[in-house]
Design a protein around this ligand. Sequence first.
Ligand SMILES: Cc1ncc(COP(=O)(O)O)c(C=O)c1O
Length: 388
Amino acid sequence: MAFDEFITHALQARQAAGLQRRLRRIDGAQDTWVCIDGRRVLLLCSNNYLGLANDPAVCEAAQKAAVDYGVGAGASRLISGSMRLHHALEDELAAFKGTEAALLFNSGYHANIGAITALVGKEDAVFSDELNHASVIDGCRLSGAHIRVYRHHDVDGLAELLATTAARRKLVVTESIFSMDGDTAPLSAMCAVAERHGALVMVDEAHATGVVGPQGRGVVAAEGLQDRVAVQMGTLGKALGAFGAFVAARRAVIDLLINTARSFIYTTALPPPVVAAASAALTIACTDGERRERLQENAAALHAGLQTMGLQVAARPAHILPVLIGESDRTMQVSERLLAESVFVQGIRPPTVPPGTARLRVTAMSTHTPEDLRYALTAFRRVFTEAA
Ligand SMILES: Cc1ncc(COP(=O)(O)O)c(C=O)c1O
């Protein structure tokens, strides 16, 4: 009874606050157009930025791996043997990120909680951007380290916190491209500040890997910071279209993770088809620069169109384009209206974003055609003119 009441109240409270979440069933792959309730709608909210999630070569690699290696990894890699495929992808990822080694994790969530808890503990301090992803926040909390949150991108604020915090070890954690804002952290300045205070820097490149920098190596590589960022985390389920994640770092850091990162040790390894798909996708992402160019062009076109309508968008275009609405209810209403116009854009509400900053999270894909973008912008114009 106690639980029944709790569950009912928890759901009612969410609904009353306009924060209830529900799963939206779609048919088909994460393509530019998907089917919802039997209707074709333009997909404008997927992280499948480069269109690799259903790329024929990537799917074929997964199929072949299923035949050659089976569909399951059998156990944790420390228990039933560590498959050749996993090691090969780790070597590719280390080369891609310019580090000595890399280690696969089952998701970005696992990678962040595993790496942070392995690096800091009770006597340490972790410095985290206020807009960092939930997986970073949870990693910080799980570590037991003293958590110091600095204002978004505020390097001076970070410096002050570093200077006034006494701790055995200090770890600075930030995303490079922020998942809900699409903006980029001032990594070089942050590294300089961290170095002055003997702190280590960890960068979550979930939304930059495959998309930004030379051959899609990320912001760290684009800014030549490989030797100054101790831990580079990236995901395989967004631009690389597959699933899973990795940490790239010095060999000693990776050895530490193999020995102490609980989210690596105590879970069954990534399935072989997923690993093979990620490897094929990585090859395409590295070699097919045209996809990145098209993604940038599409992002710029969407940004320009949304800006022209007077909507509250970021100053600069990026593949993640938040359209700030403010209130949660209104955000979801606009999202529904867009869906009625056959454009699927997800509304993002607290606690994913701070209260009062609910938004539409528009994402561009390299596979969107100019007609797709025109279609999307026409729908936006209609919905926002109507709502004005
Ligand atoms: C910045 C950031 N880090 C980590 C994650 C978690 O990655 P994954 O979806 O692979 O668990 C996400 C994705 O939601 C993210 O946006």
